[in-house]
Design a protein around this ligand. Structure first.
Ligand SMILES: [Zn+2]
Length: 150
């Protein structure tokens, strides 16, 4: 007979090995809700993004396409706009999701947006787990480069 453990934890352990207690499922739920508002008639690839701000706010955005394909906006663009519109601050955790609700990697341009507004310590939930921005955008260009090389 298999021994039964004396104590079974009531809750799942924090899936993020970051020690910051970020509620990733809740953040993903906000991203999914944002995704439902996407305007993606051309690609039919709706995306939602949600970010936890250092003051506890949660901001979100959805992708917005355009008949001139090249001017489409990624979900992260709307999220960063909402970050500034609602008081600024720094992103500490971000997740982007597609139609199936699972994490999507931000595109290259949006990784730069996340770096600017979250910096190296911002965490991103990806298909291979929670990663710091230093792994999502290694050797990032940022404001320090403007002064060091300008
Ligand atoms: Zn993007």
């Amino acid at each position: 007979m298999t021994p039964v453990p004396d104590a079974i934890p009531d809750e799942e352990p924090d899936p993020a090995p970051d020690g910051r207690g970020i509620d990733w499922p809740a953040l993903r739920a906000v991203a999914r809700e944002a995704m439902a508002h996407a305007y993606a008639p051309y690609s039919r690839f709706p995306v939602g993004a949600a970010g936890l701000v250092d003051d506890g706010r949660v901001v979100s955005g959805c992708n917005v396409e355009n008949a001139a394909y090249g001017v489409g906006l990624c979900a992260e663009c709307g999220m960063v706009s909402e970050l500034h519109r609602t008081g600024g601050g720094r992103l500490v955790a971000v997740v982007c999701v597609g139609r199936d609700g699972t994490p999507l990697m931000p595109c290259g341009r949006c990784r730069q947006l996340l770096w600017e507004n979250g910096g190296p310590d911002c965490l991103v939930e990806t298909a291979r787990g929670v990663l710091p921005m230093t792994e999502v955008l290694p050797d990032a260009f940022d404001a320090a480069d403007l002064t060091e090389h300008g």
